[in-house]
Design a protein around this ligand. Structure first.
Ligand SMILES: [Fe+2]
Ligand SMILES: [Fe+2]
Length: 271
């Protein structure tokens, strides 16, 4: 049987066009392009806010390293293992660059503060990422795909920045992360597209259930990290939660071939 797949390839253009469409539809007050040039962080207060924001960013990446290191030999799929070896190396390099930039700005190594934040991720995520491939996929979706809209909005709305961190993000983090999201999508679709319609419906229901559990567990952290990010980046535009929620619907629709209108009602970032 020939299966015709009509999904577009997972690319950065696909992401940007989708996010722009969601802004037009749900939050047209959000500018689609940057309106003013950001200012480099300079005051003691701006630096202090930036410290917490970057420690949070490094913890996100180090948590990915720790999860991937845990599961890489537990899912017996050599093609996935090769992809994960790159993800582990890239996200480790992101965490290390952030750690060293913070060290240069503040004169001390923030590794202990970073690990404290990583422990919080383990505390709220529990064993989900290590609970077989279902939980692992839900983890990947949350830590690579669902957060994209937030990152994209932060880049448009930020009024403060650190030039060195931004250069590294443009040169390395953004292309690496696009590769990670496309790699997870390819892995998943290789598996999913071989399934029968009944199996697909079952797989979709199981992963969406795990994805919902992660959303509930992550919500307090996401709220807190949003406050930290807004303070550090000088963001004033409100009402971005709807873009997170509708972007997450688009991701799930893509991964499970279900039109957005037919997805179950999902937990909101604002719940
Ligand atoms: Fe990363
Ligand atoms: Fe990543």
């Amino acid at each position: 049987m020939t299966v015709i797949i009509t999904r577009p390839a997972w690319t950065i253009e696909f992401e940007n066009e989708t996010i722009d469409r969601l802004i037009d539809k749900h939050a047209p007050h959000i500018p689609k392009k940057r309106l003013q040039e950001p200012k480099a962080i300079a005051t003691a207060e701006e630096l202090e806010n930036f410290y917490h924001f970057r420690v949070g960013g490094a913890a996100h990446d180090l948590f990915i390293v720790q999860v991937v290191a845990n599961v890489i030999d537990k899912i017996p799929d050599p093609e996935l293992q090769l992809f994960l070896s790159r993800q582990l190396g890239d996200d480790g390099a992101h965490a290390e660059n952030t750690r060293r930039r913070v060290e240069a700005l503040f004169g001390h190594d923030p590794i202990d503060d970073i690990q404290k934040q990583v422990q919080k991720h383990w505390d709220f995520m529990g064993d989900i990422p290590r609970r077989g491939w279902l939980g692992f996929l839900a983890f990947e979706l949350h830590y690579e795909h669902h957060i994209v809209a937030i990152g994209s909005l932060n880049r448009r709305l930020s009024r403060l920045y650190d030039p060195e961190s931004s250069s590294f993000a443009t040169a390395r983090i953004i292309p690496d992360e696009t590769f990670h999201r496309a790699g997870v999508a390819e892995w998943w679709l290789r598996k999913f597209d071989k399934a029968s319609p009944t199996e697909k419906a079952e797989l979709a229901a199981q992963v969406i259930e795990a994805d919902e559990e992660v959303q509930r567990r992550r919500n307090p952290y996401l709220k807190e990290h949003e406050k930290v990010s807004r303070r550090a980046l000088g963001i004033e535009v409100e009402g971005t939660g709807v873009i997170y929620d509708t972007w997450r619907q688009e991701v799930l629709s893509y991964f499970f071939d279900i039109p957005v209108s037919q997805l179950p009602k999902l937990v909101s970032i604002d719940d």
